[in-house]
Design a binder for this molecule. Structure first.
Ligand SMILES: O=C(O)CCC(=O)C(=O)O
Ligand SMILES: [Fe+2]
Length: 378
């Protein structure tokens, strides 16, 4: 028999994630979702359903018109019955509850999401990504030799793989400073951590700037690296990972992300040569995926990489990502110093906000990034 249970979610998570409702999925999933769904209450139906039942391929499950006001019969719970008049007025629950059921013709709040693009990497056994460059930033980065070597490693990895891993301090110090961030940091720890990570991001920006041959401080100007957004992603275990939202295939919308992974289970999968090998979590290293904005600014010298997350049937996983973004009004275009007669611009110029507003929903739906590109025949 189906047991019904009303849950509150702070971010749009799939009900099969269970009762954990902190942190939530990456803000990626919160983009372009109707605002009201972020405070949405909906029914969780505890029953085993197949993946196709939950996400029927031909179902218009993700269409939610602005004026949508569902009216369903919902069993009353004691807490509702005793709710004060003011709360009832502010939160008219019956109208906020949406059922996720197999036969329902009701509209759902999920973003339009082509089923083919949900788990292109599959959810079974995955190969390990065993040739990820691991770059040591703990050396003497002032002395020319080390600096040149590290810059070369970063640029090469970002060109060939679209991401790299790095150590920022000696491993033992590292554990002490950063381990307290996971699995669930206090606000104070999160604040301290984000300051440390900001320093690391500025160092990486300086090194990449030099590696690309751009004038010093290039990324400090025009708001190019002004915004840092921290997201804590928690992926509870799911008895059937194929029913659970991890993170769909995407490449990051920013310059880069500084990602800390906890736990033993490799679940971050990166697309390389048509395969989706998983990145082993190293507790003392950061994973740095290059974002699309960096690909554009570097005129294609650095490449952003598709990645995604699949959940595990037994083990939870938590990651902390600090994303380095331009400010919303920044103009994004190939750096002038990288463009000349022999190297024409490969990307159009755009304002970051115009791009970021649609980028996530586009890539989630498998729409390619072609429209940002300039084709040489144009
Ligand atoms: O949690 C992860 O491993 C990846 C997170 C991610 O890709 C993102 O937040 O963009
Ligand atoms: Fe990502």
């Amino acid at each position: 028999m189906r047991q019904r249970e009303a849950l509150n979610f702070r971010t749009p998570q799939h009900p099969s994630l269970g009762s954990i409702n902190w942190g939530g999925a990456s803000p990626l999933l919160a983009r372009n979702i109707p605002k009201e769904s972020l405070e949405q209450k909906y029914l969780r139906i505890n029953s085993i359903r197949t993946r196709d039942e939950i996400f029927p391929a031909n179902d218009d499950f993700n269409y939610l018109p602005q004026t949508y006001t569902p009216k369903y019969e919902v069993p009353r719970t004691p807490s509702r019955r005793h709710k004060g008049i003011l709360l009832k007025f502010l939160f008219p629950e019956e109208e906020n509850i949406i059922t996720l059921g197999s036969n329902s013709k009701r509209k759902r709040w999920f973003p339009r999401w082509d089923p083919k693009n949900r788990w292109p990497q599959g959810t079974g056994v995955v190969p390990r990504y065993d040739n990820i460059p691991l770059i040591d930033l703990g050396g003497d980065l002032i002395s020319n030799c080390d600096r040149v070597k590290v810059i070369h490693q970063i640029v090469k990895a970002s060109q060939e793989h679209g991401f790299f891993q790095c150590w920022a301090e000696k491993p033992s110090q590292y554990r002490k400073t950063y381990n307290s961030v996971l699995p669930r940091p206090s606000l104070e720890v999160a604040g301290k951590y984000s300051v440390q990570v900001r320093k690391l991001s500025l160092l990486l920006l300086d090194l990449i700037c030099e590696g690309l041959g751009l004038e010093s401080g290039y990324f400090n100007g025009n708001g190019l690296s002004q915004v840092q957004l921290m997201s804590i992603n928690h992926y509870p275990p799911s008895s059937d990972p194929s029913l659970t939202l991890g993170l769909p295939k995407h490449s990051d919308v920013n310059l880069f992300t500084i990602l800390l992974q906890a736990g033993e289970v490799p679940r971050l999968q990166v697309l390389e040569d048509g395969k989706w090998p998983a990145v082993d979590p190293l507790p003392t290293a950061f994973v740095i995926p290059i974002g699309y904005v960096f690909q554009v600014i570097s005129n294609g010298k650095l490449k952003s990489v598709d990645h995604g997350v699949v959940t595990n049937s037994k083990v939870a996983r938590t990651t902390v990502g600090n994303c380095i973004f331009p400010s919303s009004d920044s103009r994004i275009e190939p750096a002038k110093a990288l463009v000349d007669k022999c190297h024409p611009p490969l990307y159009k110029s755009f304002i970051f906000k115009d791009f970021s507003d649609t980028y996530i929903s586009e890539i989630i739906n498998g729409i390619t990034t072609e429209r940002y590109k300039i084709h040489l025949s144009e």
